[in-house]
Design a binder for this molecule. Structure first.
Ligand code: GYE
Length: 357
């Protein structure tokens, strides 16, 4: 409030100076005023990894909505187009621009030590959001906020286990393919591990793990070739919604049906994220049988971290977001994992209507 008042006052003074026939006596003076105005904002450089999925679009929107000038921020947004080199260049530019904070949504976990050291040497706090970084010294970033991707994977695998137990499907009759996310991204590493561990433990036939890069186009392409390679696939574990959309297209174009009735030849599609359009609607139609939620609304969370830092307090180093698991099937209503109990949200149109993303 104080800040916006100050900005308004400066702007009014400028307008008055100009309208009273005055003008800035030098370029330098004009630049000073400009600098004073920009000093009134907290400048945040955000290196977003790309625009590969619906989740990512919701995440970008959430960040842009949080870091507005009305909220006292100037956001410098850079899209890395799924390339780490672009993200490293963006961070270096933010350092040159002397931003107040750097926010990084890293495409993969490794390879950040050098550039984060440069940010640290420049005295700029770095907040990691969504996926994690794997660095030798964790003082290279201030804190991280995101999801527990391995837990998401474990929940999904436990849901599949309970479902097949209740439907009396033998573990050796479960023939799974995993369309993985971008290799080396935390969301891929955790979700892949959640499934692979459960497959070993339960004796499922995990036939293939192939990356679909979190995109619909790649998900489709990968599923087409998997369908040619294997004629007994009955579960497709897609590491995000967009890959699931692509896989569904490939399955339907091959003349097969997606759904939960695997005993009668349907191919069950499992997914992660749960973005309202269109993934949740697909769950209602049983095109996707189960979704482990991944919450993209990190804007307010990162903003709260910056506010805490501005106020001189120390935010938690790691903050995990609570997430649900959704299915329209009522066969499994709850899960128990490592002593923790999770309800399965049985999806209805009302629940979808109430969701904000
Ligand atoms: O699941 C996927 C996106 O890192 C959690 O990235 C994120 C994942 C999300 O492309 O849709």
């Amino acid at each position: 409030m104080k800040k916006s008042l100050a900005i308004i006052t400066i702007l009014i003074l400028c307008i008055l100076a100009i309208s009273c026939g005055g003008s800035f006596s030098s370029k330098e003076e004009a630049a000073n005023v400009e600098e004073t105005v920009s000093n009134e904002y907290i400048v945040v450089g955000f290196s977003q990894l790309g625009a590969e999925s619906d989740w990512r679009s919701a995440n970008t929107e959430s960040m842009k909505a949080a870091f507005t000038t009305e909220n006292g921020y100037k956001l410098i947004f850079e899209d890395g187009q799924q390339k780490q080199t672009n993200q490293i260049t963006a961070i270096r530019t933010f350092i040159q621009q002397e931003v107040d904070y750097i926010v990084l949504a890293p495409v993969t976990e490794t390879g950040w030590d050098t550039v984060l050291q440069e940010a640290k040497d420049a005295g700029i706090p770095v907040i990691i959001v969504d996926r994690m970084v794997d660095v030798s010294d964790d003082s290279l970033f201030t804190c991280w906020v995101g999801s527990d991707f391995e837990l998401e994977g474990k929940k999904m695998a436990e849901w599949l286990k309970q479902y097949t137990l209740k439907e009396k499907i033998e573990p050796s009759d479960i023939h799974i393919v995993n369309i993985q996310g971008t290799i080396g991204a935390s969301a891929q590493i955790g979700r892949t591990k959640g499934l692979a561990d459960a497959a070993t433990e339960n004796g499922w036939d995990l036939m293939a793990e192939v990356t679909g890069d979190f995109t619909q186009a790649k998900g489709k392409e990968v599923m087409e070739s998997l369908l040619k390679r294997y004629d007994n696939i009955n579960v497709v574990y897609c590491e995000n919604d967009n890959e699931a959309f692509g896989a569904i297209e490939a399955i339907e174009e091959a003349g097969k049906k997606t759904g939960s009735d695997i005993a009668n030849g349907e191919i069950m599609v499992l997914s992660f994220d749960g973005v309202k359009e269109d993934a949740m609607n697909y769950v209602l139609q049983d095109k996707i049988t189960c979704i482990a939620e991944c919450n993209p609304l990190h804007g307010p969370r990162v903003k709260a971290i910056i506010e805490a830092l501005e106020a001189g307090s120390t935010p938690e180093k790691y903050s995990y977001v609570d997430e649900e698991i959704y299915s329209a099937s009522e066969v499994v209503k709850n899960l128990s994992l490592d002593g923790t109990h999770y309800d399965v949200t049985i999806l209805t149109q009302d629940i979808i209507d109430q969701r904000s993303y």
